[in-house]
Design a protein around this ligand. Structure first.
Ligand SMILES: [Zn+2]
Length: 115
């Protein structure tokens, strides 16, 4: 069973969080917000709308600092989305159904950008 890291708001499958080395992991509770995806800003907006339509609470954190996003433009921003642990399964399903293909395509486009 996965454990929950409160620092990263993320489920991990190890005894120590691989991201922040937190050793005080605990069993996830239904209301714990867990990271479901890290996506470009535009897709985060779409996912948030999708989750709102389906009654799934969703919170976000910018990956880049707000200052950097302001400087470089909102399009470079990436956003981590979090949903409650007890809504993780339906949220994943929605994500896969609507956005996996689109996210992959956007990623490829971004990589091959000649600029
Ligand atoms: Zn952590």
């Amino acid at each position: 069973m996965s454990l929950y890291c409160e620092n990263c708001m993320k489920l991990v499958d190890t005894a120590i969080c691989p991201r922040c080395r937190n050793r005080k992991l605990r069993a996830p509770q239904p209301g714990d917000f867990c990271q479901i995806a890290e996506v470009p800003y535009i897709q985060a907006e779409m996912l948030k709308e999708l989750y709102a339509d389906n009654g799934i609470p969703c919170t976000e954190r910018s990956v880049l600092g707000a200052g950097l996003v302001a400087e470089l433009g909102v399009n470079v921003g990436r956003v981590r989305l979090y949903v409650p642990f007890d809504r993780l399964a339906p949220a994943k399903e929605l994500y896969d159904a609507y956005f996996c293909g689109a996210a992959d395509a956007a990623e490829r486009e971004y990589d091959s950008d000649p600029e």
